[in-house]
Design a binder for this molecule. Structure first.
Ligand SMILES: Cc1cc2nc3c(=O)[nH]c(=O)nc-3n(C[C@H](O)[C@H](O)[C@H](O)COP(=O)(O)OP(=O)(O)OC[C@H]3O[C@@H](n4cnc5c(N)ncnc54)[C@H](O)[C@@H]3O)c2cc1C
Length: 459
């Protein structure tokens, strides 16, 4: 237990802010995105830069405190907070700096996706990142980074040129293809294990015209046909075209026609990052599928698409999910999704998502990064969000049951950022060979396992 005098001595000499239990800011400082997580750290420190991170880590190690590192706070199992120990909250280390000539961005360790998106788009550039703009750049990148530009520009890690880390021994190191290449391999998929990332450098790509984006919703009775169209378009469409196939409840019910609202429906989302004329051509089959019962697809600024889910995914709801990488999307899987969509616990919002995968992702060899799952044809998730604590058990049970039959259709690997259990199985995430390589890396960089608030690779 941390003594008051010891803590005061540390706080007085610390360059950033220190928040302690009982202080007015404490409850906000200990909260994370997932409302299921309710932990009480012994202190929350907010560094202003890498030197403060070094000082915080030194103190945590002297006092043998558990260390949780927080970027955007979106970790689904709540890894960015802890009981009793120290939270290193990087929310004062924000911002993205763009070099339009070199087409690069440098983000501070606590930056949010919106900062990278906004700064890059201001000069007609883009980095492929996730789809909710208040997610942290750090956690998303260190796990991989899926998004709607991935078939054209790859995962976020495929655009990561370098990362600066404060390591467990207080050292400051850079990982890139030239410096510490083995660490650079590991941070791209298992990065939360190796240190506190204080800065990320990304390659950017030109995107200075409106993208074409939206969702069309159809009755659940057409789910099989729509899934077939989705897979055909994903297989034959250009790299510019990202598609998602969804089974979810038509909510709010009043937005849908009578007989549809409140019931399961099937939907396809599309984002085409080519010119609007090309998008119109490549989406013609989806339009020809028939008039939707909801939604629309059309040209819009990329930044508008990036913010569409910000409110529905706001902080504080309770959330659980399971996911898999799929070899294919056969009819049996669509049937499983439709069947379970009818069993979503009342009061919860459950959804199945199938994302088109491959192309730029698959052009990077599977062994080039710790991230595992590049050879899949689709990513699939069963996600559920609710507010009433009485639904905690039924909601988790729904997602687990819904994904129980998916194993035979899955490829090796799991997306680490989707693993909602706080003790996931790293071998299942990375496969045996990569897991062993990561153990070696962790022995070299964090032999005492200081950074263990993650899907932990034990040294
Ligand atoms: C609403 C929502 C939408 C999402 N959408 C997508 C999506 O479109 N694509 C996608 O790929 N993923 C998505 N995710 C998953 C997301 O990528 C992960 O939850 C990610 O870990 C969040 O990063 P964060 O920095 O916000 O989280 P945090 O909770 O702050 O951190 C997550 C993990 O990273 C570690 N960490 C954080 N910052 C640092 C740092 N600077 N240095 C070292 N370790 C650090 C933490 O210790 C923790 O283990 C989404 C999650 C949510 C909740």
């Amino acid at each position: 237990m941390l003594g008051t005098r010891t803590l005061r001595f540390f706080a007085d000499g610390f360059g950033g802010e220190v928040i302690r239990p009982g202080e007015p800011k404490y409850d906000a400082a200990r909260a994370v995105w997932n409302g299921l997580v309710d932990r009480r750290p012994g202190l929350v420190v907010l560094p202003n830069g890498a030197a403060d991170v070094v000082a915080a880590l030194r103190f945590a190690r002297e006092q043998e405190l558990v260390v949780a590192v927080r970027g955007g706070g979106h970790s689904i199992p709540g890894f960015s907070t802890c009981d009793d120990g120290m939270v290193i909250d990087l929310s004062r280390m924000r911002g993205a700096t763009i070099d339009p000539e070199r087409r690069t961005a440098v983000c501070a360790g606590g930056a949010l996706l919106s900062e990278l998106d906004d700064a890059a788009q201001a000069v007609g550039l883009v980095c492929p990142v996730g789809v909710v703009s208040h997610t942290g750049v750090a956690g998303l990148t260190l796990g991989g980074g899926m998004g709607r530009l991935q078939r054209k520009f790859g995962l976020t890690i495929d655009n990561l040129r370098a990362v600066d880390l404060v390591t467990a021994d207080g050292g400051v190191v850079r990982a890139s293809s030239d410096e510490n290449p083995e660490l650079y391999w590991g941070v791209r998929g298992a990065g939360a294990n190796f240190g506190v990332a204080t800065s990320f450098e990304y390659a950017l790509h030109p995107l200075n015209h409106p993208i074409t984006h939206g969702t069309v919703v159809h009755p659940i009775e057409r789910a099989g046909e729509l899934a077939q169209l989705f897979t055909e378009m994903a297989e034959t469409g250009p790299d510019e075209l990202w598609l998602g196939f969804y089974i979810h409840l038509a909510l709010p019910a009043e937005d849908y026609p009578a007989g549809i609202g409140g019931r399961p429906v099937a939907a396809v989302s599309a984002l085409h990052c080519g010119q609007p004329r090309e998008a119109e051509r490549d989406l013609a089959r989806l339009r020809a599928f028939g008039p939707p019962v909801g939604g629309s697809i059309g040209p819009k600024p990329h930044l508008a698409a990036q913010r569409l889910a910000d409110v529905s995914s706001e902080w504080g709801h309770r959330f659980y999910m399971k996911s898999a990488f799929l070899r294919s999307l056969p009819e049996e899987l669509v049937d499983i999704a439709v069947q379970h969509a009818h069993g979503i616990p009342e009061g919860a919002g459950g959804e199945f998502s199938f994302w088109s995968w491959g192309r730029a992702i698959a052009e990077v060899p599977e062994d080039a990064t710790a991230f595992t799952g590049r050879t899949a044809a689709y990513w699939m998730g069963a996600e559920i969000q609710w507010d009433d604590p009485a639904l905690d058990g039924p909601s988790r049970a729904w997602a687990r049951a819904a994904m129980a039959g998916v194993g035979p259709f899955a490829t090796r690997g799991l997306y680490v950022n989707d693993v909602a259990e706080s003790r996931g199985d790293p071998r299942a995430i990375y496969g045996d060979a990569k897991y062993e390589r990561l153990v070696g890396l962790n022995r070299a960089w964090d032999p005492d396992n200081v950074f263990r608030m993650n899907q932990n690779i034990r040294p």
